[in-house]
Write a protein that binds this ligand. Structure first.
Ligand code: GLU
Length: 244
């Protein structure tokens, strides 16, 4: 049976493979095999400070040992940075992204937890500021412009059911940092669209990122994949970080 199911496991090579990650890889592999689909591997190496070739080699060894290697060549996220920039500029042309010249804030890099309301919201200082091509020579980040008429972000999760988040919980988040590196929530969407991923199967620790990703899919005019957020795996000591 051949279907169009395409899934991916997308580890960051910033450590050895954890059991929880190995479990996500296994669910993706099993789902692909069950549906006669394609299982892919994307190396999320945009965190250049913490990603190392040694950790990547170690993760690949673990995946190979587990028999979970992908059906197509690896995709390295860093090799696609130009594509991330291209997508960000498309959003700017549609007035769905804008340059932000505000001084950088540590909070922009913090993963906002929408349910618990952790994280500071951006003031919106640059949201409606006119800018010229010369202004773009100054250091700036690019922010997504959450459409002002958006009230709720809704998506169906194959495990958790329908999830609804009030749009005012999402501020104009950064998509490209001042140093030109793309933010996880942005490149993951651009790359999942490029890789034609039909089902995003990953840990529930990512559920708070999904509403931001959903608005990005909509802004980029792409069809949403099906999401399945699997419960966390804990070791006997309730820690998540056991190594495979
Ligand atoms: N690089 C992310 C991680 O290691 C993957 C997120 C995803 O699957 O979307 O947690």
């Amino acid at each position: 049976m051949t279907t169009n199911v395409r899934v991916r496991f997308a580890p960051s090579p910033t450590g050895h493979l954890h059991l929880g990650s190995a479990r996500s890889a296994m669910f993706n592999w099993l789902f692909a095999r069950h549906h006669g689909g394609i299982n892919l591997l994307r190396v999320e190496d945009t965190d250049v400070l913490r990603s190392t070739p040694e950790f990547l080699a170690s993760q690949l060894r673990s995946l190979e040992w587990l028999g979970l290697m992908p059906d197509e060549p690896l995709v390295y996220q860093m090799s696609r940075v130009q594509e991330h920039h291209k997508a960000a500029h498309q959003l700017m042309e549609k007035d769905l992204a804008y340059p932000c010249f505000c001084p950088p804030r540590a909070a922009d890099d913090v993963v906002h937890d929408l349910e618990e309301g952790i994280g500071n919201k951006y003031s919106g200082a640059c949201r409606n500021k006119a800018y010229t091509p010369q202004d773009l020579q100054q250091p700036h980040a690019l922010r997504f412009k959450v459409p002002s008429n958006l009230e709720t972000v809704t998506f169906d999760d194959l495990i958790l059911g329908t999830i609804k988040v009030a749009a005012d919980q999402i501020d104009d988040f950064i998509i490209i940092r001042r140093d030109g590196t793309p933010i996880y929530n942005f490149c993951v969407v651009v790359d999942d669209i490029f890789m034609q991923i039909t089902h995003v199967i990953r840990g529930q620790d990512h559920i708070s990122n999904t509403p931001k990703q959903v608005v990005l899919y909509q802004a980029l005019g792409a069809t949403l994949p099906q999401f399945a957020h699997i419960p966390p795996y804990f070791g006997a000591d309730r820690r998540k970080d056991e190594q495979a």
